[in-house]
Ligand binder design. Structure first.
Ligand code: G3I
Length: 344
């Protein structure tokens, strides 16, 4: 009998996993029930899944995950109210069906901006109203920073049409609809990168000064066996904690390939790679435990290697980024995280 991950960390922080509705049944569900006490939807709470067309709300898939969590005494995170992908095109089209971002007339641009912010406000309030009693931790916006784009802000339709107003609008609507008890996060990847971290820091600081209700930063933490250094990840938690903000590791996984490596081990993953992965995961969790005062949860982006976005990204190949293998057996990384020798 192997130890439960969630029980192992019960004095530190909740342990979560991203799931699809079909994983609420069968062996995957059993694995989840044993090891995690937090859940997040991998896809079915994204904007296009919940509101595929204006005024058409589809709750069925999201509700399945909420029901599974409640039935098993697990908490939930919401991912995500706003994003630039997996969002219906309808948000960004004017009454004539023309893309708002293409508009050059200043008056029409202003009207478009108002319309988009109104749609956003309604999207956020409708969802928060429905789930505020069940979900406490919310990704309000996702991936708004892009160091390569002008101002360091991702040049999404949201940004092209409203500037940063969409961010303030989303947080304010979520707070008004959800009240003081829900926790609101700005989520992003690569927050360990100094340039990106500083851009995010300046954005959040400015928003807080304007009274925008942000409670914390979600650090996706999609790492690989080589990069980035654990210290860079922790440094970022500290920096946001200085602003009085909470931190959550929201999408943890560890690719067995370096970022620009395009090889594929297939089903023969070298032993030394799995050992390296175990060491890295061990170091990460050691640092997480040491920083539990500024870190309030760790969520994996999946639970076992049979289901991971990294099998298809950046190329289609076999990856093994999680703590359990394709047969739901604990990997060396699992043992390194729970702190028992692999030999035992
Ligand atoms: O829903 C369709 C289905 O109808 C169709 O049959 C199938 C065929 O390919 O595609 C399905 O949609 C896929 C969807 O996942 C649901 O499985 C999309 O093609 C696929 O692109 C999508 O990928 C998701 C990705 O976000 C989209 O950007 C991944 O599962 C999901 O893990 C990933 O998660 C993101 C976080 O939200 C944000 N941070 C990065 C993270 C990893 O990319």
């Amino acid at each position: 009998e192997i130890p439960s991950l969630a029980d192992t960390f019960v004095d530190y922080f909740p342990i979560g996993a991203a799931i699809e509705p079909f994983q609420t049944e069968g062996l995957k569900a059993e694995l989840l029930k044993k090891h995690v006490n937090w859940l997040v939807a991998e896809n079915v709470m994204k904007p296009d899944a919940i509101q595929p067309a204006e005024g058409v709300f589809n709750w069925t898939n999201a509700d399945r995950i909420v029901a599974f969590a409640k039935a098993n005494g697990m908490e939930l995170r919401f991912h995500t109210l706003v994003w630039h992908t997996q969002v219906g095109d309808w948000f960004f089209k004017d009454a004539e069906g023309k893309p708002m971002a293409d508009e050059s007339d200043p008056e029409k641009r202003e009207a478009n901006k108002k319309l988009l912010l109104m749609r956003l406000d309604k999207h956020v309030r409708t969802i928060v109203d429905r789930y505020k009693g069940d979900i406490t931790s919310w990704d309000v916006v996702n991936e708004v920073i892009e160091p390569g784009d002008p101002d360091g802000m991702r040049a999404s339709d949201w940004y092209k049409i409203t500037g940063t107003d969409y961010i303030a609008t989303a947080f304010r609507a979520a707070r008004e609809a959800g009240g003081p008890d829900i926790k609101l996060y700005i989520n992003d990847y690569g927050t360990d990168d100094p340039k990106k971290r500083d851009l995010l820091y300046e954005l959040v600081k400015g928003l807080l000064e304007q009274g925008v209700p942000i409670d914390g930063v979600g650090h996706q933490t999609h790492v690989d066996v080589h990069w980035p250094p654990v210290e860079a990840i922790i440094k970022s938690f500290r920096k946001f904690a200085e602003l009085g903000l909470d931190n959550i590791v929201t999408e943890l996984d560890m690719s067995i390939y370096a970022w620009d490596d395009r090889s594929d081990y297939g089903s023969d993953i070298p032993e030394d790679i799995l050992t390296k992965q175990a060491e890295r995961y061990g170091e990460l969790f050691k640092a997480f435990r040491e920083n539990k005062d500024i870190l309030s949860g760790v969520v994996f982006w999946g639970i076992a290697d049979d289901h991971s976005w990294l099998d298809g990204f950046p190329v289609k190949r076999t990856n093994a980024p999680l703590l359990f293998d394709r047969h739901y057996q604990a990997k060396p990384a699992f043992w390194s995280v729970v702190g028992e020798p692999a030999e035992s």
